[in-house]
Design a protein around this ligand. Structure first.
Ligand SMILES: [Zn+2]
Length: 249
């Protein structure tokens, strides 16, 4: 995962709609396909006139549908090792494991989201473009998931948080805490507003949560250059434990 994270950081600031963001999308697409994973690419139009993208990889058939998402763009001037190269590489590693051992009873969709961060020069609601578009597409197609978790900034701090969007259904955050407890890890449950890619799904009534390590002094700065291997491994294990609780018969 460190290697993948380094590849993303080496692209520079992955601002939504930029060449670097498009290169990150290509890197993820090629990495997934190299592991024999089918990937669907969906364009994400931006109000800047530019374009971002979502990458979707689906594993398993029938039963409970779990969606994990991570955004791969970053906010200038940050090269986004933690925000959100961390969640991105955790999902990339999870994809490689799921293609070898798909869920026994259920569907897992992994979404690599473009354009999560607030666009420079736009208002504070001009963000989450990739995840909001996917939520809308899934709602229109009658295929909203039963559970959604956004892995965002999961590579630095010691403290692990599962955040519910405001007063929405807290069951997804509770499930994260239950899964983590099985691994001997403590997760704090909190409520937060309009941050991260679970927001659009929570607003549509999907039990949704934001897996987060909030303690990163380099957040949104040019110094967001490194992540901790131990943190990435713990977060990967938490997501796998969530799948054990939801998609294994
Ligand atoms: Zn982020």
């Amino acid at each position: 995962m460190q290697h993948d994270n380094g590849r993303l950081v080496a692209l520079g600031v992955r601002e939504a709609g930029s060449d670097a963001e498009a290169q990150a999308s290509q890197f993820l697409l090629q990495s997934l396909r190299a592991s024999g994973i089918d990937v669907e690419v969906r364009e994400v139009p931006l109000p800047t006139g530019g374009t971002s993208s979502n990458l979707l990889a689906r594993f398993g058939v029938g039963g409970t549908h779990v969606l994990f998402g991570a955004h791969f763009d970053s906010k200038p001037p940050s090269p986004g090792a933690d925000d959100n190269g961390s969640g991105t590489v955790v999902l990339l590693e999870l994809a490689r494991r799921l293609v070898e051992a798909p869920p026994q009873d259920g569907i897992v969709t992994l979404a690599f989201f473009g354009a999560e961060e607030i666009l420079v020069g736009y208002d504070g609601n001009s963000h989450h473009f990739g995840s909001r578009l996917l939520a809308e597409q899934m709602a229109e197609g009658g295929e909203l998931p039963d559970l959604m978790i956004s892995a965002d900034m999961v590579g630095v701090g010691e403290q692990i948080v599962a955040a519910t969007y405001l007063d929405a259904d807290p069951s997804a955050a509770e499930l994260i805490a239950e899964a983590a407890a099985e691994l001997g890890l403590t997760v704090q449950l909190i409520q937060r507003g309009d941050i991260s890619d679970h927001e659009a799904f929570a607003r549509l009534g999907v039990p949704s949560a934001f897996l987060w390590r909030p303690d990163n002094p380099d957040y949104h700065q040019a110094t967001d250059l490194e992540v901790r291997t131990e943190a990435l491994l713990e977060d990967l294990a938490i997501l796998e434990a969530v799948l054990e609780l939801t998609t294994e018969s």
